[in-house]
Design a protein around this ligand. Structure first.
Ligand SMILES: Cc1cc2nc3c(=O)[nH]c(=O)nc-3n(C[C@H](O)[C@H](O)[C@H](O)COP(=O)(O)OP(=O)(O)OC[C@H]3O[C@@H](n4cnc5c(N)ncnc54)[C@H](O)[C@@H]3O)c2cc1C
Length: 226
């Protein structure tokens, strides 16, 4: 008996052609693909692989829920297996996508009653970019921790008064120091919902600081990248 697996249907659904690559810094870029063929909620991530390679990695969706293109923000990690391969992609190359996955995103129960503070390190800003672009008019404050000002990816897309760039090795940021130093000296409204995304050290240290300030786990949402 011949079983028709229709592999071409699978290919059509999950394969996307790279439409554009926008470099934001020497090692960081936005990969633009055609409009997603699936619905997603801002904050979710996808699993990405390259044709002919058996490995895949997760990437937060950078673009808006109803965006014209599906986008991800990628940092080429020195010595990494997958991200340097993404850096070598060219317009017209194919990538394979699965998803969306994850529950990171605006807390529906607290969406209208609480202030939203987004705390990101490095490319951890990606889900917040998607949220801000998806929910225009949202009352938020985005705190982005990087080493140098050039790593304030697409900062001009956020309202100045809603964005604080914390630069740990550069005096030209809005705050000279780590995100955690900024959190320690900042007062937050009692009704604030925190969203943290990025590396685990930043997330765990921030959670401890927020806990010392009286914010329980129910008001803190996290997405750990590595
Ligand atoms: C839910 C989720 C969402 C993610 N979203 C994004 C995203 O939007 N953009 C993005 O660039 N990455 C994102 N990542 C990280 C991404 O999946 C890969 O881990 C990253 O691209 C490195 O893969 P690699 O194969 O090059 O490195 P690997 O060979 O897998 O690992 C090499 C080393 O690099 C470390 N590492 C991983 N990420 C970083 C980083 N950003 N900076 C420094 N060191 C790192 C790893 O811990 C490991 O020690 C996300 C991870 C998760 C779990």
């Amino acid at each position: 008996m011949i079983i028709d697996m229709k592999p071409e249907v699978q290919l059509d659904t999950n394969y996307y052609k790279v439409e554009d690559i926008k470099n934001l810094s020497e090692h960081t870029f936005v990969l633009s693909l055609p409009k997603s063929r699936f619905e997603f909620v801002a904050g979710q991530h996808i699993s990405l692989s390259i044709s002919g390679d058996y490995q895949s990695r997760e990437y937060s969706i950078y673009s808006a829920e109803k965006g014209e293109n599906l986008q991800v923000l990628v940092k080429e990690v020195e010595g990494g297996y997958f991200s340097p391969k993404l850096k070598h992609l060219k317009v017209g190359d194919m990538v394979e996508i699965h998803g969306p996955f994850g529950k990171f995103g605006l807390d529906e129960k607290r969406k209208d009653s609480h202030k939203h503070v987004f705390i990101a390190s490095g490319t951890g800003i990606a889900p917040f970019h998607s949220i801000v672009e998806s929910y225009l008019g949202l009352d938020y404050h985005l705190i982005h921790g990087v080493r140098y000002v050039e790593e304030g990816y697409d900062r001009e897309e956020y309202a100045d008064e809603r964005f604080t760039l914390c630069t740990s090795r550069d005096k030209n940021g809005d705050f000279n120091g780590r995100v955690t130093d900024y959190l320690k000296i900042t007062e937050f409204d009692k009704d604030t919902c925190f969203y943290l995304c990025g590396n685990s050290d930043m997330i765990f240290d921030s959670m401890e600081i927020l806990s010392d300030k009286g914010f329980g786990r129910e008001n803190v949402n996290v997405e750990v990248y590595f």
